[in-house]
Design a protein around this ligand. Structure first.
Ligand SMILES: [Zn+2]
Length: 579
């Protein structure tokens, strides 16, 4: 008995049909599995999983590149309706076979964690949840369509949210307010629809948790996200540390702004936490470092080459192979992401660049994810590559900090020394001001999923969001915009599509600040530790991955006091240089 040869690329795979994959799953399911051939069996399964994952990833990328293309959307829907459910069932059957065998030590790095994760997935699996998860995916697709279609006329041109958001950075406060008003009206115009989508999602998620034997969706989500190294209580410790350290540090940043600009108060169009936008106080227009995708790629390439020749080579490969789609276009889905094409063993970066400094920052971030993918391609089993999200964001956020010195033209970057200092100052301030917002998003969801009945009434969600907002972001004047503030949870796609996936950014930011702290002592050693930690993929626990990168997996008040103190010191140094 032999296993059928797998396709070497997804090129000829029909993503609409389960038949494209079924014969391989069947063959593997029927193939004898013993302690002697388990390695071979696992390798085949891993290669088959690479095909499925890359197909899903590619179809998702194509859909997000053009949300108005009905054919691309149909392919995505066919895939989640007709291919993913049987694929998950077939996968579950293979997991059960492997776990029943209780394979002996295979000498594969991280195999104990791979088995732990597979056992966890197998434990949580319920066949009756598959159609419910499909329903949730469809609702999330609705959210994407609604927000992707939001557009308004601005100076005789139709502009989507990403394009309108450019004006939120304008020097002129009236322009910012006008953009804020236009965008707020678009969101409030969809308030009913978004409320309904979320309530439907909550019901489905509560049922999914109940089916898997959990009393609430939070307990289920912690397991489903593989959170073995921290608990909801640890999240609360982190929230408290943020309240104690990051909220007052943010207050100091805002006070300086008010003073320099002569404002009486900080208004919602001066600081937009969900977009990490804080009005800048420098003379001259907002930084506009590049005109088109080619310039952004060239600039990125120069920066990475200076940082590390091999990282530069990774980025050049992406440019050569068309794995970068960086400019915004009408119809393109919102946001930015980096996905891994598991068969090609290459990452793909998606962005909505508009020529601003934010896009450079996003590129550095997504490139960090891309480098993570490149560093793990030598790991033979696809599950070994799968690092925990909390650490994936250390890869990206550390890159933003490690590459920051290369923003200057002298070091290959886009800016004069003065403009680079501006950009770095803005970045460091964002690191601090992000934490209170992150805490709002996380604490809100802790409330939602432990109050499933109350949360079905959107007015209660508004009130719960508002309570967290007042706790962590108390220093703003929202007069006249109260409803926009209360419905702020609508404007964070994670809350709809990937519940609880957000504190990862906060934890990773604490990890990245430690990598940056180490780099100030010894840049080369910090970069080497960073690359080594990336290359471990998912073969180590979260605390061990942090340790490999030179960081502690700790989120308490003393930790934040040290790190935010260092960041504030650096801010003062940059301010002095600019004065
Ligand atoms: Zn990221």
């Amino acid at each position: 008995m032999t296993l059928p040869t797998l396709p070497t690329s997804i090129e000829n795979i029909d993503p609409h049909r389960w038949d494209s994959f079924a014969p391989y799953f069947t063959a593997l399911q029927e193939y004898p599995l013993t302690q002697q051939n388990v390695h071979e069996w696992l390798t085949y399964w891993s290669d088959l999983s690479r095909l499925v994952w890359e197909t899903v990833t590619w179809v998702y990328i194509e859909k997000s590149l053009d949300t108005t293309d009905v054919e691309k959307e149909q392919t995505f829907l066919d895939l989640i309706n007709h291919v993913m459910p049987p694929a998950e069932m077939a996968d579950q059957a293979l997991k059960e076979r492997l776990l029943a065998l209780e394979p002996a030590d295979l000498g594969i790095p991280g195999m104990n964690l791979v088995l732990r994760n597979l056992r966890n997935e197998a434990d949580l699996y319920r066949e009756e949840n598959i159609p419910l998860q499909t329903e949730v995916s469809k609702l999330d697709n609705e959210y994407d369509k609604i927000t992707g279609a939001m557009q308004a006329n601005w100076d005789d041109e139709e502009k989507n949210l990403s394009q309108l958001a450019v004006f939120l950075k304008d020097k002129n406060r009236d322009t910012r307010q006008k953009a804020w008003d236009v965008m707020s009206a678009l969101w409030l115009g969809q308030r009913e629809n978004l409320n309904q989508i979320y309530a439907k999602m909550l019901k489905l998620r509560q049922q999914i948790a109940a089916n898997a034997g959990f009393s609430d969706y939070r307990a289920f989500a912690f397991r489903a996200r593989g959170r073995f190294d921290y608990t909801p209580e640890d999240c609360a410790i982190f929230h408290n540390a943020i309240e104690a350290v990051a909220v007052p540090a943010t207050r100091r940043i805002l006070a300086k702004r008010r003073e320099r600009l002569g404002y009486e108060s900080i208004r919602p169009y001066d600081w937009i936490p969900e977009r990490s936008l804080l009005v800048d106080t420098f003379d001259g227009a907002a930084l506009q470092p590049y005109k088109n995708q080619d310039e952004l790629i060239q600039g990125g390439l120069n920066m990475f080459n200076r940082l590390d020749v091999e990282l530069g080579r990774y980025f050049a490969t992406m440019a050569e192979e068309g794995l970068l789609d960086l400019d915004t276009r009408p119809g393109k889905a919102l946001g930015g992401y980096c996905s891994t094409l598991t068969v090609r063993r290459r990452p793909f970066i998606f962005m909505n660049g508009t020529g601003m400094h934010d896009d450079v920052q996003t590129l550095l971030h997504e490139a960090g994810h891309a480098f993570h993918a490149f560093e793990t391609v030598q790991l033979p089993l696809v599950w070994q590559m799968d690092a925990p999200m909390e650490f994936c964001e250390v890869a990206s956020m550390s890159m933003e900090l490690l590459a920051a010195p290369n923003l200057t033209q002298a070091n290959g970057g886009f800016y004069t020394d003065t403009d680079a200092a501006r950009a770095r100052l803005e970045h460091l301030e964002n690191i601090i001001t992000f934490l209170p917002y992150m805490a709002v998003v996380d604490a809100f969801q802790h409330w939602v999923y432990t109050h499933p009945e109350e949360a079905l009434d959107p007015a209660n969600c508004d009130a719960a969001w508002d309570a967290q907002w007042q706790r962590f972001i108390p220093d703003m004047d929202w007069t006249g915009y109260e409803e926009v503030r209360r419905s702020g949870w609508h404007r964070k796609p994670h809350i709809f599509g990937t519940p609880f996936y957000y504190i990862e950014y906060g934890m990773a930011s604490v990890g990245a600040m430690q990598v940056w702290r180490n780099g100030r002592q010894d840049h080369n050693a910090a970069l080497a530790a960073y690359r080594h930690a990336l290359s471990l993929g998912g073969t180590q626990t979260l605390p061990a991955l942090f340790a490999a990168a030179g960081a502690e997996f700790r989120f308490d008040t003393p930790m934040l006091t040290e790190l935010i103190g260092l960041v504030e010191q650096e801010i003062e140094t940059l301010e002095a240089a600019l004065a």
